[in-house]
Design a protein around this ligand. Structure first.
Ligand code: MNH
Length: 500
């Protein structure tokens, strides 16, 4: 049962003050008239009509959304609010259990796993993942090279492959072989189906219950069992190898104890963390990359600026071999990703619950435990961003302009103690991949693609295909000395960091 978190009128004594869309129908709530495949985009339209705070009812679940900067400032205040594991997330718990993202804040396993895994996301750790990220990117390039002059590539599909291979290898030394298979790996198929199931299962009709059939439930049980089986096999193989290294996320979880308490993660919790990283760590990044490519293809001047930056920092040769530091120097490329995540935060919000009875916006009382969704797609279009919020403008992320606005108006990675642990990982990976792609290929928008956003757990362009050609490279950048040479030679003149 999912009644525990239902607040209806309970947690919000004056909920009648919060506007909701017209045409409320008992039971069906606002689902009637809405397009069920695009709840996020529908909610964006409702926000445009109803303003900074509104509620939506889906069957008997009532969600309060906040989308303006001043109330968001209140909700991200850690002294008044904390993460709420929302209903749509509690179903994710069937998949990811008490893994980091779906753990309740009060669960001891959250703090324990957080403290043990923080070392997996330091700058030093990121540097150590860099060669793995580069290797995964090269598999994408090999795959795209074969499409040059041939059939267009499906951008979102291939970004999903490269991010999945990256997190699986950096996290656990696992290879899904995404680029080599015709069909997705069985784990991926099970995961995608299980995520879809959990989303459908979140909707429960009063008196009828879940709309899902027994057969769907049985298949879901098989899917989650298969995922667990595959993860357990990876873990067992690592243990059987007698590998006590702490060079990746799995190594840290298996071989380190909590710095203060000396506690270790239990096997079932490690399994949940592995699944959490696989789920949280690839579709979101793949979406960010796909949206960024979309906006670059539609804005040739920004694309040219990205290419110019890559050639300047990495050299103009055909086959760059960037170091960790050389990726961090691509400021414009990174800003393109940040701006893509402003317009389309691929995990489109996060929920916050009141620590004590309080009032937000000066007039909306909340009882302790009542919660609201910070709806980032519209927070990121708040008037503080200027009058042209729909325009893709990476320069919004220059240091001066970032400093000139409050930090809480940009929250694609959540906030506070429960902020995304993988944000630097994701940005480094995506900057590397995006730079390699724009440097290597002419990206032809052969079908004059019109953005269509697909909503699963995350947001992703759908039907976005590009025709590829090789770009002509010439040796005129700082890397000119060895441009065109093999990968063995450093093309940048800068020594590789010893720990890369
Ligand atoms: Mn990630 C939490 C967005 C990439 C691992 N992530 C979150 C949250 C958002 C988010 C939003 C907070 C959710 C909430 O408050 O309910 N994450 C992203 C985006 C990208 C992303 C937009 C890519 C772009 N995340 C990654 C990657 C990893 C990862 C890559 C792993 C390598 N994320 C996490 C984990 C958490 C999280 C772990 C949960 C942290 C916690 O609660 O302790």
């Amino acid at each position: 049962m999912k009644t525990a978190n239902r607040h209806g009128g309970h947690g919000w004594p004056d909920i009648h003050r919060i506007p909701h869309p017209p045409h409320r129908i008992p039971f069906l709530g606002d689902l009637v008239g809405a397009h069920p495949a695009t709840p996020v985009q529908d909610t964006m339209n409702i926000a445009r009509n109803l303003g900074p705070i509104f509620r939506r009812k889906v069957f008997d679940h009532e969600f309060v959304f906040v989308s303006d900067s001043s109330m968001a400032a209140e909700l991200v205040d850690e002294s008044r609010f904390r993460k709420h594991v929302a209903e749509s997330m509690t179903d994710l718990r069937d998949i990811a259990g008490d893994g980091l993202a779906t753990a309740y804040h009060h669960e001891p396993n959250w703090q324990r796993a957080h403290d043990i895994l923080v070392p997996a996301f330091t700058r030093e750790a990121l540097k150590s993942y860099h060669p793995t990220m580069l290797a995964a990117t090269r598999r994408l390039l090999d795959s795209w090279d074969r499409c040059v002059g041939g059939a267009p590539v499906d951008v979102s599909r291939d970004m999903t492959k490269v991010t999945l291979e990256t997190i699986a290898r950096a996290g656990f030394g696992y290879d899904f072989g995404s680029f080599e298979r015709a069909d997705p790996h069985p784990f991926v198929r099970a995961m995608v189906r299980a995520l879809k199931f959990s989303q459908q299962n979140a909707v429960e009709v009063p008196y009828i219950g879940s709309l899902l059939t027994r057969r769907a439930k049985r298949r879901n049980a098989q899917d989650t069992a298969l995922m667990a089986e595959i993860v357990d096999e990876v873990v067992h193989r690592r243990m059987a190898d007698g590998d006590t290294g702490t060079h990746d996320m799995l190594g840290l979880m298996l071989n380190t104890a909590h710095p203060e308490t000396g506690e270790r993660l239990a096997p079932a919790n490690i399994r949940n963390q592995v699944i959490t990283f696989l789920v949280a760590g690839h579709e979101t990044t793949a979406g960010a990359l796909s949206f960024a490519l979309y906006y670059l293809v539609k804005n040739p001047a920004l694309l040219a600026a990205a290419r110019e930056e890559v050639a300047r920092v990495w050299g103009g040769g055909a086959d760059p071999d960037p170091s960790y530091e050389q990726v961090t120097k691509l400021r414009h490329v990174r800003r393109c990703l940040e701006e893509a995540l402003r317009l389309w935060p691929t995990a489109p919000g996060f929920a916050r619950e009141a620590l004590e009875d309080t009032v937000i916006g000066g007039r909306h009382p909340m009882r302790r435990g009542a919660w609201a969704v910070v709806f980032t797609p519209m927070l990121h279009r708040d008037p503080v961003w200027g009058g042209d919020v729909e325009r893709f403008d990476p320069d919004r992320f220059t240091p001066e302009r970032v400093r000139a606005r409050p930090a809480h108006v940009y929250k694609p990675f959540g906030t506070g103690a429960r902020v995304c642990l993988g944000r630097q990982f994701a940005l480094h990976e995506a900057t590397l991949v995006l730079a390699m792609l724009v440097h290597r290929y002419e990206l032809e928008d052969h079908a004059d693609y019109q953005l269509k956003v697909h909503e699963r757990l995350t947001l992703m362009p759908t039907g976005f295909t590009l025709a590829l050609a090789h770009r002509a490279h010439h040796a005129d950048g700082p890397g000119a000395a060895s441009a065109g040479a093999g990968r063995e030679t450093s093309q940048n003149g800068a020594p590789e960091p010893a720990d890369a």
